[in-house]
Design a protein around this ligand. Structure first.
Ligand code: C2E
Ligand code: MG
Ligand code: MG
Length: 398
């Protein structure tokens, strides 16, 4: 059949290659196996949909082949296999992703039929008719469009609920920026943030999200819902010495309490930058605004830096939370982050909770606050109110 998906497996052990090929044939792929990594160039083609690659092979190892694929800008979905511990697989996976490759899964030997079958059945393939090409790239919104959008009120935060593990009650929401683009539909931060950075609009964007979030929190309050709001900030937003006073004034102007507001900064966004803003951060804390370290585990902050910045909360990066039930290294990071946060007197938020099993695991580990699609996806402000009403939440005072 012409439109069967194409799969190539490269493993120096012929038995394993044949096994993977047979599973793929069963699932309906057009599959071939190669067991000589040296022949890679002969078997590789850019119309492959899936490449299953053994990492450890004599002569040319899988990591070297990944580099070649990256040079060729391979579009295939890649599955990595290894007989070694999962640590090696994760390092290779990270390396591949950083080079722009699309790793959809990892397998450790011995490979189980059902595991591979499920992986092959669930790969989400990009549409064949719509490759990411130059024309599409040129169609990304321009700086000018973002300027106009800010003036026209096309940008608005969505809100994702956060629940206490202890009693399922709503503790707060995180504001996540969205752009209701008249032609392109709803755009997310992956488009908005880089564009705002290029155009020097990060402060403008932060002011917009802060004010809209305060306004929304005030509206919820009038409707009987008192909740906290967490807002994402970039390190460059902490340059203005008047920020603590501005923030304090605005918060009160909207009839809110400063302890209802949390500012989140991601760990990867250079701790060094933040240290320079230590006075501003400290004054914000003194005004009772909370500070949260986001995506914890993805950056390089030292314990000393963590201690110097007056954070009140730590958010475990979703990449670890999402893998914690299946992967012992991710679990170790989740466990240690909870311990560390608690030792430093911080609340710990688990982000990216997508199922009951992860909820149960984080509950058993003593995590304080839950956020993720298992609870709810980010939604417009009015919808969040309805959602909270339906939950019959204890924060509702009528
Ligand atoms: P973040 O602050 O770590 O926000 C959490 C992201 O994870 C959100 O993506 C959210 O939709 C997503 N998420 C939550 N639960 C789940 C889950 O269970 N599964 C999965 N797969 N994803 C989940 P979003 O909205 O695309 O935001 C991406 C990032 O963009 C944010 O990551 C934050 O760093 C940044 N960002 C968002 N809004 C703003 C903003 O107003 N200003 C700034 N400076 N950055 C923002
Ligand atoms: Mg965040
Ligand atoms: Mg995060």
């Amino acid at each position: 059949m012409a439109d069967k998906r194409k799969l190539l497996v490269i493993d120096d052990e012929p038995d394993i290659g044949a096994f993977v090929r047979d599973v793929a044939l069963d699932v309906g792929y057009d599959a071939v196996a190669a067991h000589l990594p040296g022949s890679f160039e002969q078997v590789y083609s850019d119309d492959l949909d899936v490449i299953v690659l053994d990492l450890i092979m004599p002569g040319r190892d899988g990591v070297e082949l990944l580099r070649i694929m990256a040079e060729q800008r391979a579009n295939a979905s890649i599955i990595l296999i290894s007989g070694y511990d999962t640590g090696v697989l994760h390092s290779a996976q990270k390396l591949a992703s950083e080079q722009g490759l699309h790793v959809v899964g990892t397998l450790t030997k011995p490979i189980r039929y059902t595991e591979l079958e499920e992986m092959l059945n669930t790969i989400a393939f990009p549409s064949r008719n719509k490759p990411f090409d130059a024309i599409e790239f040129l169609e990304l919104p321009t700086e000018q469009e973002l300027h106009l959008a800010l003036n026209n009120g096309e940008l608005e935060p969505f809100f994702q609920p956060q629940l206490r593990f202890s009693n399922n009650s709503l503790i707060g929401v995180e504001a996540l920026i969205r752009w209701r683009h008249p032609d392109r539909g709803l755009l997310g931060p992956n488009i908005i943030i880089p564009l705002a950075e290029q155009s020097g609009l990060m402060d403008r964007l932060a002011a917009e999200v802060l004010q809209q979030s305060f306004k929304q929190a005030a509206e919820w309050l009038r409707a009987g819902l008192k909740t906290r709001v967490a807002i994402n900030m970039a390190p460059c937003n902490f340059k203005d010495l008047d920020l603590p006073e501005w923030m304090d004034k605005k918060i009160r102007q909207y009839g809110l309490g400063p302890d209802q507001i949390t500012l989140e900064v991601t760990e990867t966004t250079l701790m060094q930058e933040l240290i320079k803003s230590l006075d501003i951060l400290t004054r914000l804390r003194m005004k009772q605004v909370k500070l949260s370290i986001d995506d914890f585990g993805t950056g390089y902050s030292s314990l000393v830096q963590l201690h110097r910045i007056p954070f009140s909360e730590i958010k475990i990066d979703k990449s670890f939370v999402m893998r914690a039930t299946a992967d012992k290294e991710a679990l170790a990071i989740v466990k240690m982050t909870i311990l560390l946060g608690h030792e430093l007197g911080m609340k710990v938020v688990g982000e990216g909770i997508e199922d009951q099993a992860t909820w149960d695991l984080l509950t058993s580990l003593g995590c304080d606050v839950a956020q993720g699609y298992f609870i709810a996806k980010p939604m417009p402000g009015w919808q969040l109110l309805e959602w909270a009403m339906k939950q019959n939440n204890s924060n509702l005072n009528h």
